[in-house]
Design a binder for this molecule. Structure first.
Ligand SMILES: Cc1cc2nc3c(=O)[nH]c(=O)nc-3n(C[C@H](O)[C@H](O)[C@H](O)COP(=O)(O)OP(=O)(O)OC[C@H]3O[C@@H](n4cnc5c(N)ncnc54)[C@H](O)[C@@H]3O)c2cc1C
Length: 363
C-alpha cells in the first residue's frame, strides 16, 4: 500500500463520476484512488427540477457515492475540503487530518451567488448544496398553502425550471424574478417567447428588467422599491466560486474560478486537474453540467496518461449543444444550432437522456 502512488479526486461532480466508472472498469496499476466529497448522495442537476415537480423520486436524481466508489475500488472520504497546498501536495479538510496526493483532480462545482444581494445568504434557499436543499424543499412543499407566495430569484435555466416545477406542484403562487438580464438570457428569442407562454400557462408571475435588492424574512425588496411578499425564497442566480479557492495560490479568473489549460490542468501545475463549473477554460464556457459531463471521459484519459508518464490530450468543447428545459407538465422546450422546439416528445427525449446518464452510475 505504501509504495502505491495516490490519486485524489476532490468533489463528486459530473466529471468525476465518469472517472470513477472508468477506474472500475480499468484500474490504474501502481495507484490507489480516493474520492473526497461532501455529500453521500451526489445530485444530477438535470433531474432536480423533475424531483421538485414530483416527476421523479429524489433517489432517481441522486448518485449513491458509497455504492459507486465501492464498486469501482475507490476509497471514499465524506468530508469538506477547505484548502489545497499545491507545493506540499496536500489537501486540507474540515473533519480530519490533511491528505497527501501525487495527482489531484478538482470537480467541486460552483455555488449560487448570494454574495451580491444583502439578506440572500441568510433568508433565501440556495439550490446547492443539495443535501440542504431537498429536506427544505420537502418542508416548503408540505407547508405551501393557497395564498402563500414563493419567489424564485434567477432567470436562467435552473430558475425557470424550478419556477415551473413549484407552480405545477404547489397550490401557492409563484413569482420568478429574472432580473435585469431578463428571462433565459442567451437563449434564442423563439425559446424565450415559448418559455414566457409556459410561465403564463402555469400562473407564474414573471418580473423582468429589475433586480432583487435585498432579501428579508418574508419579503424580497426590489431595486425599484417594490416589495414582493415571500413565504420562501429560492435562490437560483449565477454561479460563484467557493471562497476557499482563493487561498490555494492556484491561478484564478476574475470570478475566482480555477484557470486551466487546454488539457484541463490547473495553469502551471502538471499534477493538478480541474473540470466542470470550478474550472475556467481558456475559451470561456457556460457553467452548465453538460460541459462537466463531456469533460469526464477526457479527464479520465488524461489522469491515466499522466499517471503512466504519458502526455495528456486537449479537451475540445462542442461549439453548440442541446439545451433542454423541463416545463414540469410532461412537456419540455429545447434548442440546438439556433433551432427551437417543444412539446411532449422533447420531455420524452430529456427524460430518456437523463435516465440513461443516471443508469451508468446507479447500477
Ligand atoms: C436546479 C438546477 C438545474 C440545472 N439543470 C441543468 C441542466 O439541465 N443542464 C445543464 O447543463 N446544467 C444544469 N445545471 C447546472 C449544473 O448543475 C452544473 O453546471 C453542474 O452541476 C456542474 O457540474 P460539476 O461537476 O462542475 O459540479 P457539481 O455537479 O456541482 O458537483 C460538485 C461536487 O463537489 C462536491 N463539493 C463541493 N464543494 C466541496 C468541498 N469543499 N469539499 C468536498 N466536496 C465538495 C459537491 O458535494 C458535489 O458532489 C442546473 C443547475 C441547477 C442548480
Amino acid at each position: 500500500m505504501n509504495n502505491l502512488r495516490h490519486l485524489l479526486l476532490l468533489g463528486g461532480g459530473h466529471a468525476h463520476v465518469e472517472v470513477l466508472r472508468q477506474l472500475g472498469q480499468r484500474p490504474l496499476p501502481g495507484w490507489r484512488v480516493t474520492l473526497l466529497t461532501r455529500e453521500e448522495m451526489s445530485p444530477y442537476s438535470g433531474m432536480l427540477p423533475g424531483v421538485m415537480a414530483g416527476l421523479y423520486q429524489p433517489a432517481q436524481a441522486l448518485i449513491d457515492m458509497p455504492a459507486l466508489t465501492a464498486r469501482c475500488g475507490v476509497e471514499l472520504l465524506l468530508d469538506r475540503c477547505t484548502g489545497i497546498d499545491p507545493q506540499a501536495r496536500m489537501v486540507l479538510r474540515a473533519g480530519g487530518p490533511e491528505i497527501a496526493w501525487d495527482l489531484l483532480s478538482i470537480d467541486t462545482g460552483a455555488t449560487p451567488d448570494t454574495s451580491r444581494t444583502p439578506g440572500a445568504a441568510e433568508h433565501a434557499l440556495p439550490l446547492k448544496p443539495i443535501d440542504a436543499l431537498l429536506p427544505r424543499m420537502q418542508a416548503i412543499t408540505e407547508a405551501a398553502q393557497p395564498g402563500e407566495h414563493l419567489v424564485v430569484v434567477g432567470g436562467g435555466a435552473a430558475g425557470f425550471e424550478v419556477a415551473c416545477a413549484l407552480a405545477v406542484r404547489l397550490p401557492a403562487s409563484v413569482t420568478l424574478v429574472a432580473g435585469a438580464s431578463g428571462l433565459l438570457a442567451g437563449f434564442p428569442d423563439g425559446l424565450r417567447r415559448r418559455a414566457k407562454r409556459a410561465l403564463a400557462r402555469h400562473g407564474v408571475t414573471l418580473s423582468e428588467g429589475r433586480n432583487a435588492a435585498r432579501v428579508a424574512p418574508g419579503a424580497v425588496h426590489m431595486e425599484d422599491g417594490e416589495t414582493l411578499p415571500a413565504s420562501a425564497v429560492i435562490w437560483a442566480t449565477g454561479a460563484a466560486a467557493a471562497p476557499w479557492l482563493a487561498e490555494t495560490g492556484l491561478a484564478r479568473d476574475a470570478r475566482g474560478f480555477l484557470r486551466v489549460d487546454a488539457c484541463l490542468r490547473a495553469e502551471g501545475h502538471a499534477d493538478i486537474f480541474a473540470v466542470g463549473d470550478v474550472a475556467s477554460f481558456p475559451e470561456p464556457l457556460p457553467k452548465a453540467g453538460v460541459f462537466a459531463v463531456r469533460q469526464g471521459p477526457v479527464l479520465a484519459a488524461n489522469l491515466r496518461a499522466v499517471a503512466m508518464g504519458e502526455t495528456p490530450q486537449p479537451y475540445v468543447p462542442q461549439q453548440d449543444y442541446l439545451r433542454l428545459l423541463s416545463l414540469a407538465d410532461g412537456r419540455a422546450l429545447g434548442t440546438r444550432n439556433g433551432f427551437v422546439f417543444g412539446g411532449r416528445w422533447v420531455w420524452w427525449l430529456k427524460d430518456r437522456i437523463d435516465r440513461r446518464f443516471m443508469a451508468r452510475y446507479q447500477h
